[in-house]
Design a protein around this ligand. Sequence first.
Ligand SMILES: [Fe+2]
Ligand SMILES: [Fe+2]
Length: 190
Amino acid sequence: MEEKVEKIKSDLKQQLSEKRYIHSLGVMHRAQELAKIYHYDETKAMLTGLVHDIAKEMSSEELIDYAEKNQIPIKEIEQQKPNLLHGKVGAHLAKEKYGFSKEMQEAIAYHTTGRAHMTLLDKIIYVADKTEESRKGDLAAIRQLSEENLDVAVKYFLTLSIQKALEKDIPFDPETVSARNDFIHEKSIR
Ligand SMILES: [Fe+2]
Ligand SMILES: [Fe+2]
């Protein structure tokens, strides 16, 4: 396993900017911490965290082109904002290059938007992405909260992303609303 992690790290180091590479390592570490706390397979969480942004630095054209060539359906909002596709394209690359399982692919596919009925791995990666050590800002309280109640932390970040999109008057993916509704209705997270 150590070998696989090292191979992926060296691939990513070549493909990504330094900043994104450091972020990827941060998400890997944070995903491992959260997996430990919430009794999830630490290796799967680490690998998924490490690879989650593999497609993040592809251009809009490259993302659309990759999706079209690989039969990844492109939603209208993804046509408008191709960067949203980096999750789904990344998930596909993770399968092709590293043989990631469906569960791991899905956590990568939905790491920017969330979705209804998020799995434990989805939640770990979603929150790890936003609370890893190289992220700027005052994150101590939300880091702490994410270690006490993962659902509350996921819902907090879903709300924040919708708020930000509203403030900037930019479109947001309806998956994020579905995810948030799910936490309110099914899990009674307020
Ligand atoms: Fe991302
Ligand atoms: Fe990320």
